[in-house]
Design a binder for this molecule. Structure first.
Ligand SMILES: Nc1ncnc2c1ncn2[C@@H]1O[C@H](COP(=O)(O)OP(=O)(O)OP(=O)(O)O)[C@@H](O)[C@H]1O
Ligand SMILES: [Mg+2]
Length: 243
């Protein structure tokens, strides 16, 4: 087995009296798509925010590329990236200017070429001179996804990347993610409430409920472990407290 790229041990986050993430440990391996699923409020976004250093864990440890996130944050963050439908981009900049800003932040040398490839890949070349504030939700999501590839990350964190996309673009995005993942051998850690997508995209799944991991493994194994026929079915059981 490969060494994990990312390793969490006993990760916990308490907000006031609420334990949003409760003592979870898991690894992310090179080249895998690891899906994080669970009902609203299960702790998915909080987990991703801790892995990105945006939220400080109450306890537990996070090691990325063998380095401690607490002390080596800068090095680690230069080699990962993230995208979330719910994080806004600078609204008064155009699509192209937004990508330029992020390219500069990450110190990308061949920015022009990288940006032009990303504009093509995410089918936003035709709106490159539009202000971010004038984009539709789906266009904004694609800009956000394009931005997340700007530094050719080794690990990509995606929080509900397809939530606002129409079925055609969502399908294209899923294919694209798989293609780029295979081409660049990157690892993808992502969340979605689309159970078909989770089942078909993920090499492994982590099922979170009320901050705790209740099942993990290949999609088939998770479904079996939670005694159902599909991910949708077991999700409903868990969300309705029947598990
Ligand atoms: N900054 C915060 N302060 C207080 N409570 C918070 C904070 N951030 C998250 N929470 C709480 O932590 C819990 C987990 O939230 P989180 O956003 O991680 O859930 P999620 O699994 O991403 O849900 P969703 O599917 O709705 O996106 C929720 O009860 C939420 O209200
Ligand atoms: Mg969330």
């Amino acid at each position: 087995m490969y060494e994990p790229l990312l390793k969490t041990s006993s990760l916990t986050k308490v907000f006031n009296s609420l334990t949003a993430v409760d003592n979870i440990s898991f690894d992310i391996y090179p080249g895998e798509i690891l899906g994080l699923l669970g009902p609203n409020g299960a702790g998915k976004t909080t987990t991703i925010h801790m892995l990105l250093g945006l939220t400080t864990p109450t306890s537990g440890s996070i090691r990325v590329f063998g380095l401690d996130l607490k002390t080596r944050r800068r090095e680690i963050l230069s080699c990962v990236n993230f995208s979330s439908t719910y994080v806004s981009m600078p609204a008064s900049l155009t699509v192209n200017e937004n990508l330029k800003v992020f390219a500069r932040l990450y110190g990308i040398t061949d920015a022009k070429k990288v940006i032009s490839d990303l504009l093509e890949t995410f089918e936003i070349a035709d709106i490159k001179d539009k202000l971010a504030r004038h984009l539709s939700t789906g266009q904004l999501t694609r800009l956000n996804l394009a931005k997340s590839f700007i530094n050719n990350p080794r690990i990509l964190f995606l929080d509900e990347p397809t939530a606002s996309l129409d079925p055609d673009i969502a399908d294209k995005t899923r294919r694209l993610l798989k293609r780029i993942k295979d081409r660049n051998n990157i690892s993808v850690f992502y969340t979605s409430h689309n159970m078909n997508e989770m089942e078909s995209m993920s090499d492994r799944l982590i099922f979170l409920n009320k901050g705790k991991i209740i099942a993990e493994g290949k999609p088939d194994a998770v479904i079996k472990r939670l005694k159902g026929d599909s991910l949708e079915e077991v999700f409903l059981k868990v969300a309705r407290g029947e598990k």
